[in-house]
Design a protein around this ligand. Structure first.
Ligand SMILES: C[S@@+](CC[C@H](N)C(=O)[O-])C[C@H]1O[C@@H](n2cnc3c(N)ncnc32)[C@H](O)[C@@H]1O
Length: 262
């Protein structure tokens, strides 16, 4: 309960709304969009966006013609998302989805898994996604890579602070990230672990996509993203390497997906 209070207090500062809309966060946004547009069933289809935040993905999914039902435990996020035309947004937790069996064509978990430090909770969230999606439908989940904290701390210079350095290496060792800057625990996966959690939830044959590749750590990545021509080249380059096994773990984020067996 205390963890939930700290999590709510963090997100109630309204930091999430801009995260993927500016700076290098745009790389995660455009790459997520690029992967999802290739794997989602064609619109119109029913998409359940679990942990959908303020609706950063719900917005373009609705514009593409999908029917989006967004769930999130943070009231501010739900309030912001429900202002988006065509998006239904309500409070909800990935571990207990308030939806009927087989009621969605695709379930997105672009956030909840790294907020659940206990493996049993993550498998439960995936099993709930499996229950909610129709046979043949898609479950897609985002995770943060195990070594992202060390890589990013050096990139941002936080590595010079001993508390940040220790927290980043502790996350690299066992996955549990206790950031001195956030105050609530997160979980950072190895790519193989995510596929195993999918399998334990009854979702077999997982495919994985590195979202940012190494490019999120380039000092001039904003210049590439600002210029439409260079951005297209960068996104193409990462698409060409997105599922190379030896590169999966260098991205900040990974998307894992599987289709529910019939
Ligand atoms: C970093 S944000 C990602 C938001 C958005 N999906 C995106 O891709 O940008 C993580 C989201 O997960 C939500 N979240 C945290 N714990 C959750 C849980 N147990 N069930 C569902 N959502 C959760 C948070 O409220 C937050 O909106």
């Amino acid at each position: 309960m205390a963890v939930k209070r700290v999590l709510l207090a963090y997100y109630e500062q309204d930091r999430e709304h801009a995260r993927l809309r500016e700076g290098r966060g745009r790389l995660e946004f455009w790459r997520t969009q690029d992967v999802l547009r290739r794997v989602l069933p064609p619109p119109p289809a029913r998409v359940l966006d679990v942990g959908g935040g303020t609706g950063v993905h719900a917005e373009w999914l609705t514009a593409d013609g999908y029917h989006v039902d967004l769930l999130d435990p943070v009231p501010l996020h739900v309030e912001r998302a429900s202002r988006l035309t065509g998006v239904t947004a309500r409070l909800g937790d990935a571990r207990h989805l308030p939806v009927p069996d087989e009621s969605a064509d695709a379930v997105l978990l672009l956030g909840p898994l790294y907020h659940l430090p206990e493996r049993a909770d993550r498998v439960r969230a995936l099993a709930e996604a499996r229950r909610a999606v129709r046979p043949g439908g898609l479950v897609a989940a985002a995770t943060i890579n195990r070594h992202a904290a060390v890589l990013d701390a050096i990139h941002l210079g936080h590595y010079l602070d001993e508390r940040d350095r220790r927290a980043a290496h502790a996350a690299a060792a066992d996955g549990v990230m206790l950031s001195p800057r956030r105050g609530f625990p997160a979980y950072f996966h190895d790519p193989d672990e995510v596929a195993a959690e999918f399998a334990d939830a009854g979702l077999r044959g997982a495919r994985q996509y590195g979202l940012e590749g190494v490019f999120w750590l380039y000092g001039d990545v904003d210049d590439w993203l600002d210029d439409p021509e260079r951005r297209a080249l960068l996104l193409d380059a990462q698409r060409s390497m997105e599922s190379v096994p030896s590169l999966l773990g260098v991205s900040g984020h990974l998307v894992t997906l599987a289709r529910r067996a019939r």
